[in-house]
Ligand binder design. Structure first.
Ligand code: AMP
Ligand code: ZN
Length: 670
């Protein structure tokens, strides 16, 4: 990409292509290319834009995440009020709704749209000339917060609508922002490990995320959106709700494929019953169905009260709750040593599955709810796999129970527990605690990490108990005899396990990095770091600032990764993993850095913040080269403490000298 004209041409093509794939993936759920191929397109675009910064436009797919966190959100007054919905809880009440409609417009054949009521937060998106110009939360319905920077970080929010003739020049659409269940579980795990309060449900986590002041946090969370209405639909020439959904879809907006046009109320009832049974299969939480009179002319006739439209109603599903008895309270030790109390329950059926455990989060939570052994408790299924205890049924408490007391020592290794100031959790401080080792190994084996399916829970327990495995690297030293000697281990499954371990050696760097279980490093962060630094060595050598300079990586992740690599035990672990033949480098060509591409460096003297090897890896990761002797081709000599003769030679040749600070700046992209 030598000339600017060629770059411009390529940029235009890449943006179109990326937008097309975004649409296929997010709006239509019908991807045509692999994630990897998509990432490659995006990376190429980023690279060209880095070299030709004047080609960057705000609607470029690379510009989803703004660099600067906002101070606060400006208020925006909605042009059309965002109303709430009236609720019903039974089929009879739904029939009453129809009776009211009939009274207002006369009895007639009515078509409805039935839409799932996604439990998130509602948001308005404003487009002008097909470009996203503003995103506003519902707020109190009259005015909301302008959260444009955060909404841009949601992948399924198109920055530019498709080039369809009937897209109104100014358009406001509305929809529900939500956090997929899978992400909810993951985020809560990360929060708990970080000593932060877990979110109570996906709705809170979506709301909390959209109010985050840092768009990078939003991007990392994986929010999604489903659009369900056009604010000024009549002006847009649309005549019914069903048509509105169709038009939005055609314009590139993501709508819910489950929506259905129903002839008459009976079909609506079928829809409601159907989804009540299937709601657990959805990737998001729903709390009911929204029923809307389809025809806009009828909607207008019906009008609205001060709070609700009269042409729509929410049919709410009952919350999925059950009562049961607490048999005992167990304490689990997590991978970072965090102790989590868990209620062991009399098995009870809830939302289609049998539940025998519920999380109690932490001791403060238990104290607040005063949950005791033998209590009857109300449990509820939220987005999490494991349900939670909502509260105690006070009248049902038997005599002689006592409040629960948290353990003073680790239930597994007996080490006295610690509770760092300001944190709600107790921790087992013993890094060699068998429970922690087990949890780390299980995490390492996860499908999204190293994908070692044969390493099941009971196997991990035995390997740790017999002290065959203390850390990840030990796994790769196992041989057939070791494994066959374990209980209930047939030779065939032992061979299987060894094969899987063998295969895992060539897992991509991002999976390994995620598998290492560094606090705060979820799948996405691991992917971004691996893609940017391209080797464990380069990452180990990176400063906090360099990591933060990576798109979407925030200060907490950066600090945590930095600290992890500063621990000598972890450095040794990395060395042993390398010796075991694991892939610690990304394949393919290094990303091109506008600063270091094609430049040659020579290192001399001792650096304080990194070894020479690390400096070399960091430079190479950015497209630069490191050679051993100074020549006229040398771009610069990096001079550490007690430099050798190379520094003098550089001065003689007029080659630039850079100190350690300068190197850091260079690596950070300055
Ligand atoms: P409520 O908060 O119970 O008054 O219900 C109104 C809210 O339901 C709206 O503000 C939206 O956030 C949400 N909602 C979810 N799905 C839909 C949908 N398909 N149509 C309209 N509103 C919806
Ligand atoms: Zn312990």
């Amino acid at each position: 990409m030598s000339t600017r004209a060629a770059a411009e041409e390529r940029v235009r093509w890449l943006r179109e292509e990326i937008r097309r794939h975004e649409h296929l993936y997010y709006a239509l759920n019908r991807p045509e290319i692999s994630d990897q191929a998509y990432d490659d397109l995006e990376r190429e675009l980023r690279d060209i834009e880095a070299r030709f910064p004047d080609l960057v436009t705000p609607d470029s797919p690379t510009q989803r995440v703004g660099e600067t966190p906002s101070e606060e959100f400006p208020t925006f007054v909605h042009r059309v009020r965002m109303l709430s919905l009236d609720n019903t809880y039974s089929e009879d009440e739904l029939r009453e709704f129809e009776a009211r409609v009939f009274r207002a417009i006369g009895e007639q054949e009515i078509a409805y749209t039935a839409e799932l009521k996604v439990d998130g937060l509602s948001m308005a998106l404003h487009y002008e000339d097909r470009r996203l110009v503003r995103a506003v939360t519902r707020g109190d319905g009259v005015r909301g917060d302008d959260v444009t920077a955060n909404a841009r970080a949601i992948r399924s929010v198109p920055l530019v609508l498709r080039d369809e003739a009937d897209v109104p020049p100014t358009l406001e659409v509305r929809g529900e922002v939500y956090l997929p269940r899978s992400r909810f579980g993951e985020i809560n795990r990360e929060r708990e490990e970080a000593g932060e309060e877990p979110f109570a449900n996906p709705r809170n986590s979506a709301a909390g995320t959209i109010k985050s002041l840092d768009p990078r946090v939003v991007a990392g969370r994986g929010l999604d959106i489903l659009l369900y209405s056009i604010a000024d639909a009549r002006a847009a020439g649309v005549r019914s709700q069903w048509e509105a959904l169709e038009r939005m879809r055609a314009w590139g907006l993501r709508t819910n494929p489950a929506s259905r046009r129903c002839q008459g109320l009976e079909e609506v009832l079928v829809f409601c019953r159907e989804w009540q049974g299937k709601r657990d299969e959805l990737e998001y939480e729903i709390d009911g169905v929204v029923v809307k009179v389809d025809d806009f002319a009828l909607q207008e006739e019906l009008g609205a009260t001060s709070k609700f439209p009269r042409w729509a109603i929410a049919f709410k599903y009952p919350a999925e709750q059950a009562t049961t008895i607490v048999r005992s309270i167990d304490v689990q030790v997590g991978r970072t040593g965090k102790l989590t109390p868990v209620a062991i329950l009399e098995p009870v059926s809830l939302a289609g599955s049998t539940v025998s455990r519920a999380t109690l989060h932490n001791e403060e939570e238990i104290a607040r709810k005063d949950v005791r052994v033998l209590d009857t408790v109300l449990i509820e299924k939220g987005g999490e796999v494991i349900p939670k205890v909502v509260g105690v049924v006070a009248e049902a408490r038997p005599k002689g129970t006592r409040p629960w007391t948290p353990p003073e020592t680790c239930p597994v290794c007996d080490e006295p527990v610690v509770r760092p100031e300001g944190e709600v959790d107790r921790r087992c401080p013993n890094v060699s605690c068998p429970a922690q080792i087990e949890e780390r190994l299980k995490h390492f084996a996860r499908r999204t990490a190293m994908d070692i399916e044969g390493l099941g829970d009971s196997l991990v327990a035995q390997l740790v108990e017999r002290e065959l495995v203390r850390d990840y690297a030990d796994l790769y030293a196992l041989d057939l005899d070791d494994v066959v000697a374990l209980e209930r281990m047939a030779e065939k499954s032992a061979r299987n396990l060894l094969e899987q371990l063998e295969r895992s050696r060539s897992r991509e760097l991002r999976h390994l990095l995620f598998g290492l279980g560094i606090r705060h490093v979820g799948e996405r962060a691991a992917q971004l770091l691996a893609r940017h630094f391209r080797s464990l060595d380069a990452l180990a050598a990176a400063s906090v600032e360099e990591m933060e300079a990576v798109h979407e990586i925030g200060p907490i992740v950066a600090q945590s990764v930095h600290d992890w690599f500063r621990d000598p035990a972890n450095r040794r672990l990395v060395e042993r993993l390398k010796e075991a033949g694991l892939r610690t480098e990304e394949e393919g060509t290094a990303p091109v850095s506008p600063v270091l591409q094609g430049q040659q460096f020579v290192l001399t003297g001792t650096l304080d913040s990194m070894t020479r090897e690390e400096a070399k890896a960091a430079i190479e990761a950015r497209g630069g080269r490191v050679t051993s002797s100074v020549s006229k081709k040398t771009s610069a000599v990096i001079v550490g403490r007690d430099p050798g003769s190379k520094a003098d030679k550089a001065r003689g040749l007029g080659v630039r000298l850079i100190d350690e600070e300068g190197l850091s700046a260079l690596l950070a992209g300055d």
